[in-house]
Ligand binder design. Sequence first.
Ligand code: NAD
Length: 475
Amino acid sequence: MIAPSTNQHIQSIYQSHKETAIKLKQTSHKDRIKKLDAIVNYIKDNKNEERLMEAMKIDLGRHTVEVLLSEIGVIISVAKYIKRNLKSWMKDERVTTSLSLFGASSYIHKEPKGSALIIAPWNYPLQLAIVPLCYAIAAGNTAVIKPSEYSSATSTYIAKMIADIFDPKEITVVQGAVEETQMLLDLPWNHTYFTGSPMVGKIIMKAAAKHLSSVTLELGGKSPCIIDDSTNISSVAKKLTWGKYLNNGQTCIAPDYVLVPKNKKSELVTELKKQVRAQLDPKGTGSQTNEDYGHIISEKHHARCVSLLKDAMEKGATISIGGEHDVSIRYFAPTVIDNVTDDMKVMQEEIFGPILPVVGYSSKEEAINIIATKPKPLALYIHSKNQKSIDYFLQNTTAGGTVINDFMIHYANPHLPFGGVNNSGIGKSHGYYGFQEFTNERAVMRQRFGATGLLHPPFTPRTEKLARIMGKWLS
Ligand code: NAD
């Protein structure tokens, strides 16, 4: 465990990053790609992979396959995509110049924002720190990473990895909790990239406002899943079981609650039972003995899940599947609850755990009204075979992203912007959008033989005539 940083240490990191940032502005795409290669080579190294697997086991009980796909694989594919595109992303981008400015030419020059601060959560603790880092590097920034204190084994891995690869004057890790984050937030970073809860997101934005530092806020919230009456229930139950219980429901874009036509609710619960058994308890000995099913990050977060369930039960909810939990092993069974009402915490707070409320609706209007009472979600899932129905749900709701007839796969497409809207986030990431978040798109205009000088004072009747002609051009 690395000792927490002092204010003086953090100040000195800030100062050295500020100095390095000026030099990084000149770096070529090749220089930046070398740094991405160093990250990829490090995580691919067998010994390092072994250490990472151990850390992930300690923090979240993650299975190797899950770590390979949702941590290592994500970083490798992001780095690969950046490498393929970086040269063209960095190029000056010619844009049209309006007719009224005839004689001038215009382009967008991509320059790094400067020194970046990346604050990461614990649920996908490696990739949610390293993917933003890849974009920060691609755009030519320095970066300080503040990983989560809850995933401390992985945070220690990240700190060693960064120290092994990079000059601390350029990229470094500050470990710690709220106090250390507050110290970091007191400094005027050129960009703060935060992934975490909407509640802490507000603290980050307030701190950034003091310095007018730009922010990317990748937040969470309640992501609904709407199933309509044209859907094949057994197929949706299979996907839903995967989407909801992956990483014990501790995924920002996991379906939070399900809206299903009232007459299909019992069929959905029956199919979910079959799928929970098939996917998470194949031996029939209980999912707590299943190596594929991880655990809750901490006792505190476990207690939060227990209290969500207790609150729901006290207010009349019933357990259809699961409900068992054991804090000594941070186990919480894949759980489905029925008879939920709006006054229950499970319908008000982001669940971020393996509890799935199933809500029956009698009309499409009722379904969208339930969603509309809550802040705008990060993801919204629509399951339907009916195009009219899909259009209706798309047009009458809003969300950071939507997947039709599956879950979470939009995260894997770098051609799509990823992020939330208002309470679920500000700014977008992935692919070019990730590069853009760390880039200052500098507007450059070059005057060659333009006639703007004709409009300078002293103003004469001729200048007025010209201004009127220009006014017509502009309208
Ligand atoms: P969190 O907001 O509690 O913590 C995130 C980071 O903020 C951590 O590094 C933590 O140390 C720091 N932090 C916590 N309290 C702070 C404070 N008072 N002042 C300053 N810094 C503080 O989030 P979490 O529990 O780590 O992660 C879960 C949340 O993150 C969920 O809401 C989830 O939906 C969201 N999330 C979003 C995405 C996304 O891409 N949009 C991805 C993963 C998680």
